[in-house]
Design a protein around this ligand. Structure first.
Ligand code: SF4
Length: 383
């Protein structure tokens, strides 16, 4: 073994030892659940309790990065002369009667000009427009357990160095939700009943792709035979020509029909897409018969049609009416939510479909998009 390989081995061993030690320090007890996980998918927490799968060494390395960022932020704040850090790690307990949230958590308790606040640090690789619901619940559990009025969720973008903060107030309605979640989790665990796929129901697909239990859960299980082959389609400019929708959008905003998008500022682009991605001018879309026929042909060959579109979720109703009009049968449709860029969203869904036991037959999207997705997927696409 080379010296370089020895170092990798040492890193892996070290991470596994720390993981095992922490696992021993936090034995699983029915009725006692961890406050830092309560906002996560209930099904994942159930699997964590009963299967407790060891994360891969890649995941352990990601956890280690998160911890490192937590440590360094506490140190940075301590050196700011603005904030006084009172604690970086604390024991918390929220008792809901039949079950409780209890355990040691990594959280920064700080004093800002005489006001005590809690700072929950999340490392991320993407821009964050609003905090994740699971992170809000997590910080609420700390605010209530430690009886602190205000908290900050800090997203630290480790790729671009952007820091985004959201202020959170201790909230009694969210305390009721925490109680409900804790008792519901307890009920599933006590009775050994598998909970529903909460992250999928909430369309929090990022949580799924990072989940250790993809194999057991099959998050995007469809109502088709296992190992079915899927043909993935985008709608805009693949199934429907949307040039006229865009033309009408630009006209409404008094913009040149040949406007160069690359030269537009962010706000104007947002205005354009708010109109374009609405039902306002959808009736101007024209079916692309060649591609619709291709989809129908594949359907007849027993390929399953799945739509992954850049359209936002609020276009669901007008989209399903539009698809009904052209008579295109499909097994599932996924609308991009605003957390994601198109490519990231499409690659994520394709990977989750593969993890759920399906093969990808072909992707029908803009050439450059298809190529990028193919590069990011876990198995080979036929053809
Ligand atoms: S794959 Fe998704 S839905 Fe399934 S347990 Fe994990 S997070 Fe929950």
């Amino acid at each position: 073994m080379s010296l370089a390989e020895k170092i990798i081995e040492a890193l892996n061993k070290g991470m596994i030892t720390i993981y095992e030690r922490e696992k021993e320090e936090h034995p699983k007890i029915i009725g006692k659940y961890h406050p830092s996980s309560i906002g996560e998918c209930i099904k994942k927490q159930y699997y964590d309790f009963y299967l407790a799968r060891m994360p891969t060494t890649e995941k352990l390395a990601i956890f280690a990065t998160g911890r490192g960022i937590h440590e360094i932020i506490a140190e940075i704040l301590e050196n700011s002369n603005v904030v006084k850090v009172e604690a970086k790690e604390l024991e918390t307990k929220l008792d809901f009667g039949e079950a409780m949230l209890s355990g040691r958590v990594d959280v920064i308790v700080a004093d800002v000009e005489g006001e005590k606040i809690i700072i929950e640090v999340k490392s991320t690789s993407q821009s964050i427009k609003e905090p994740y619901k699971r992170h809000i619940l997590q910080i609420q559990s700390y605010l209530h357990a430690l009886n602190v009025q205000k908290g900050i969720i800090l997203y630290w973008d480790k790729r671009r160095g952007v820091r985004t903060t959201f202020e959170v107030e201790k909230n009694d309605e969210l305390l009721s939700i925490l109680k409900e979640r804790t008792l519901s989790l307890h009920n599933y665990i006590k009775n050994k009943i598998e909970p529903p796929r909460e992250a999928v129901i909430e369309k929090d697909f990022l949580q799924c792709i990072n989940c250790e239990y993809l194999q057991e859960c099959r998050p995007l299980k469809l109502d088709v035979e296992d190992e079915s082959e899927l043909a993935i389609f985008e709608l805009d400019n693949i199934i429907f020509n949307t040039n006229k929708r865009m033309e009408m959008t630009l006209k409404e905003l008094n913009l040149d029909p040949n406007v160069n998008f690359k030269q537009l500022d962010k706000d104007l682009k947002e205005k354009i897409f708010n109109v374009y991605y609405s039902d306002k001018y959808i009736n101007f879309d024209e079916p692309i018969h060649e591609n619709i026929n291709k989809a129908l042909e594949l359907y007849m060959q027993n390929k399953k049609i799945v739509i992954i579109t850049n359209r936002p979720p609020h276009m669901e109703k007008c989209t399903s009416e539009q698809l009904m009009e052209i008579g295109l049968p499909y097994e599932a449709i996924f609308f991009r939510n605003s957390h994601f860029k198109g490519i990231n969203f499409k690659s994520l869904i394709v990977n989750l479909l593969i993890s759920s036991g399906y093969k990808i037959f072909e992707i029908f999207d803009e050439y450059s998009v298809t190529e990028k997705i193919k590069k990011r997927i876990k198995n080979d696409i036929k053809k």
